[in-house]
Design a binder for this molecule. Structure first.
Ligand code: ATP
Length: 235
């Protein structure tokens, strides 16, 4: 579905991403793990069209994303949930969710997806008339993901969705992401600090260090890889 080939991102001479190639398939989670500064956010930014790559190609279902505007990338079905969430703080939960669906016209499908979002995250349903800024950090993360669901994407790009969440909320959010992937066939590219969790819920994974992919393969294999365990799983 998503094919990134030999992608590089430079910031005035500093190579943040160096000839990276990754694939993300439908209906499953692909994890990207790595230490702070490894280049993960820069790679996601290039895929979403927010950062111009210096070389390489990004193809999504045959469409060249490097030649597509950020709005065109969203219209193609790629939605990024950024680290820090970027909700509309003065709007209600319901309004934030509806904004997620602004490119869609099928009212019945929008209403069905809203019901599904509220079913997955009942706390959002209970608080639907509150403003986003009145939510806790965990609830805001849920809202950010639910808003992405409302665009009915084919590919979710998630940048550290579990950051700062209490373990139970983190697990609920991650289980919901797995569920939505299965239900809708959407793919997920997940950047996650919690490498253990990321490897547990993903099918395939990539390890990124100093701008390059240093390891990749089925997540179960990486979970049992001594080098991954030592560097990322605290073992
Ligand atoms: P984190 O988990 O801390 O977000 P990351 O793996 O996402 O880290 P990036 O944020 O992509 O890594 O950063 C990769 C490298 O590029 C780092 O060395 C960072 O300092 C540098 N960098 C990131 N953004 C910029 C920028 N706008 N200008 C210059 N250098 C940058």
């Amino acid at each position: 579905m998503l094919e990134v080939r030999n992608l590089s991102v430079d910031y005035s001479g500093i190579k943040a991403v160096d000839k990276v190639s990754i694939d993300v398939g439908p209906g499953a989670i692909t994890a990207l793990i790595g230490s702070n500064g490894a280049g993960k956010t820069s790679l996601l930014g290039a895929i979403s069209g927010l950062i111009a790559p210096s070389t390489g190609t990004i193809t999504f279902n045959g469409v060249d994303l490097t030649a597509t505007s950020p709005a065109g990338i969203v219209a193609a079905g790629v939605v990024q949930v950024p680290e820090g969430r970027e909700l509309f703080p003065r709007m209600t939960i319901q309004e934030n969710l509806l904004l997620g669906a602004h490119l869609r016209t099928d009212k019945r499908a929008i209403s069905r997806d809203m019901d599904r979002a509220y079913e997955l995250f009942p706390v959002l349903a209970r608080k639907r008339t509150l403003k986003a800024r009145q939510l806790s950090g965990g609830e805001q993360q849920m809202l950010a993901f639910a808003r992405a669901m409302m665009s009915d994407p084919k590919l979710y790009i998630l940048d550290e969705p579990s950051i700062g969440l209490a373990p139970l909320i983190e697990e609920h959010l991650m289980r919901s992401i797995v569920q939505i992937c299965k239900e809708t066939g959407a793919g997920v590219l997940l950047v996650e600090q919690n490498a253990m969790l990321a490897l547990e819920i993903s099918t395939n994974a990539y390890v990124m260090e100093l701008g390059s992919i240093t390891l990749s393969g089925p997540s179960s294999g990486l979970l049992n890889n001594p080098a991954v365990a030592a560097a990322y799983l605290g073992q």
